[in-house]
Ligand binder design. Structure first.
Ligand code: ADP
Length: 331
């Protein structure tokens, strides 16, 4: 079994990443589906179909890509859509692959068009056409690529072009985690980090983690700081609550940005409807962040709703800000 090669993993909680499919908490459907895809291919001694992992940030897509390589006993090569600006960038990655490698492209929806077109051929025929020279003298040289499995991750599967989406043999739709699953994530991380985390505190942190393991781990580290500095290191319910207040994470898990988005929608636009782009400008944030990070969570929390005319604040959203919704509000 070759070692998994990882590059560019700047995640501060990389030590907390689950290493195997059994280690991966939650997402039972995705785990079962992936297990079948990987086991079927291994049984037939072929490289598995290309796999697309779709879902909001922090739900475990990168971790799953690493797990796929580990389970297959192959190497993982990592890159991202924005890093593949030119077709040549992708050609260089592809030509370095060894048979059976897993190529992970994060944010695959942000890949430049020429690279994407090169990827079609590589995914389908394990071949690329490298164009050498410019203008009428340009020639195209076909190059073979070792059979590989592409694992693409996207926070916006709707932004993927049809031809790219069609070339994946399996799409895993990752959903937000249930509080019980996040408690499990927190217990596991606390053990790895050597944090004394009381069950009631784990429940409290899980409930404020926006259904997202990355946030659960981040809050655990912040709460640990608080416990170490202001208390005796044990994370009790009182310590967790006090720490989360310092970090501006409210009872429903909304952080400062979520609350500004909700407050702008309610106060500046009287509850909407308003477009995401306009909301993003109102809070001074990139529209991608509002659309991919805040909105899915606020929708799931039932505080805003998507309508054909834009986003609207629901009665629960108004109440969360301590305000009375307008009469006749239907959401
Ligand atoms: P994404 O690629 O979807 O943004 P990551 O794979 O980087 O998410 O996950 C973020 C962090 O959350 C990881 O470092 C890992 O510690 C934790 N994590 C994610 N999913 C799980 C899981 N199912 N079980 C345990 N920890 C998880």
């Amino acid at each position: 079994m070759r070692a998994t090669m990882i590059s560019g993993d700047g995640d501060t909680d990389s030590g907390l990443r689950p290493k195997t499919l059994d280690d991966f908490i939650g997402q039972p459907r995705v785990r079962e589906q992936l297990h079948l895809v990987l086991s079927g291919a291994m049984k037939r001694a072929v490289t598995p179909d290309h796999i697309l992992l779709s879902g909001p940030p922090g739900l475990g897509k990168t971790s799953l890509a690493m797990i796929i390589a580990t389970e297959l006993g192959t190497s993982l090569r990592m890159t991202s859509g924005p890093a593949l600006e030119r077709a040549g960038d992708l050609a260089a990655m592809l030509s370095n692959l060894v048979e059976g490698d897993v190529l992970f492209i994060d944010e695959i929806h942000r890949m430049a068009r020429p690279a994407e077109e090169m990827l079609y051929l590589a995914m389908e025929d394990f071949r690329v056409d490298v164009v050498v020279g410019k203008g009428p003298g340009a020639t195209s040289i076909p190059l073979d690529v070792a059979p590989f499995t592409l694992v693409g991750a996207t926070t916006r599967s709707g932004a993927l072009t049809g031809p790219l989406r069609d070339r994946f043999g399996f799409t895993a739709h990752m959903d937000f985690y249930e509080p019980g699953e996040l408690e499990h994530v927190l217990r596991r991380s606390a053990t790895i980090l050597g944090v004394d985390l009381q069950p009631s505190a784990a429940r409290e942190i899980a409930g404020r983690s926006r259904g997202t393991p990355r946030i659960a781990n981040r809050l655990l580290r912040r709460v640990r700081d608080y416990a170490d500095v202001r208390s005796d290191g044990t994370v009790t319910l009182a310590v967790a609550r006090a720490a989360l207040q310092v970090y501006d994470v409210d009872e429903a898990g909304l952080d400062r940005l979520d609350r500004s988005v909700l407050a702008a929608l309610v106060r500046s636009f009287r509850g909407g409807p308003v477009g995401v782009g306009t909301l993003a400008v109102a809070v001074g944030e990139e529209s991608g962040t509002v659309e991919e990070v805040c909105e899915p969570f606020l929708v799931r929390a039932g505080m805003i709703a998507r309508t054909p005319r834009g986003r609207v604040a629901t009665a629960a959203g108004w109440h969360h800000l301590g305000l009375t919704p307008p009469e006749g509000l239907v959401y």
